[in-house]
Design a protein around this ligand. Sequence first.
Ligand SMILES: Cc1ncc(COP(=O)(O)O)c(C=O)c1O
Length: 366
Amino acid sequence: MSGKAISFARGAPSLDIVDIEGLKAASQAAFEQDPAGLTGYGTSVGYLPLRQWLADKHGVAPENVIVTNGSMQADAFLFDALVSAGDAVIVELPTYDRTLLSLRGRGADVRMVELESDGIDVAGLERLLVTGLRPTLAHIIPNFQNPAGYTLSLPKRKRLLELSREYGFVVFEDDPYVELRFSGESLPTMLSMDPESVVYASSFSKTVAPGIRVGYLVGPREVIAKIEQLATGTYISPNMVAQGIVNQFARSGQIQKSIETVKSALHERATTLSQALRRELPDARFETPEGGYFMWVELPKGTDVNALFAAAAERNVQFVKGTDFVLDGYESSLRLAYSGVTPAEIEEGIGRLAEAYREVTAGVPA
Ligand SMILES: Cc1ncc(COP(=O)(O)O)c(C=O)c1O
């Protein structure tokens, strides 16, 4: 095993970009200002001041918002509320592995539609709809997609909403990375473009810290009311202490400082990663992301990602295989998360990955 472990696998921040001092201060202030609110059961819709802050942020009424323990919990509630076994559900190809597992676990008829570098292939989706497919919902990660790092363009956002109205499916806009744009122009959320057709999820995992476990949903009142029932039956109420801290962190403006720290680190890491790949692994095809945590790398057809994974592990380097984000295929792709590695680790890690690549491709005809 060569050197210290370097992980491009986890979609999580390194500790140096988590605002520990800011969180300690927010925690102290939250307990001082509202001890009863933080220590009581609270309500199933979440800590009310935070729910209000989120409603204001998205320009909706509080009744359109429910706060949950991480957005994974929001996703699970939404699928419980809207997806039955056998229902067709559209997801991107490739997509977030946990969503894929969650939908398959519910017996959904998962239909993957190709993800292009400007987002889901809306023409491909339309062909499925025209030939009779009637999905319940389409799960879309619009900004800096997990795993690909791609962003859905404005024309495609508009077209997707038109299709959702025409064919009567919900657009589930899963948007935890939206605040982490470090280059290029921000785009409006689909929620802001058509609040009736969209259920929106986001999270404080990527802007505050994943361990805080605070996420939320915004959607039509009847959907949120249904989820409120599920939340009550599941846990009475989500974690009020964590939400009280996030509320304080958000309202004091400290969150903006935290986002700036995270964004500038991610920018530097994404740039370092692109440069290292170009230099060390010129066979790799990728787009440099404009935000978020992830870069998708395609290696020449025929490269065996399982063999690369094993050869990289021998050199103490981890990544996630492309095959984990699809139902089949993608044997020559991988996801590199640059959120948890410093620039020096990126340089070292890509050097080792390139060595692993040379080993597994030695003797393979070009
Ligand atoms: C697209 C997407 N949705 C949801 C989540 C889950 O986020 P949370 O930590 O809020 O549960 C992630 C985390 O990696 C993600 O990438």
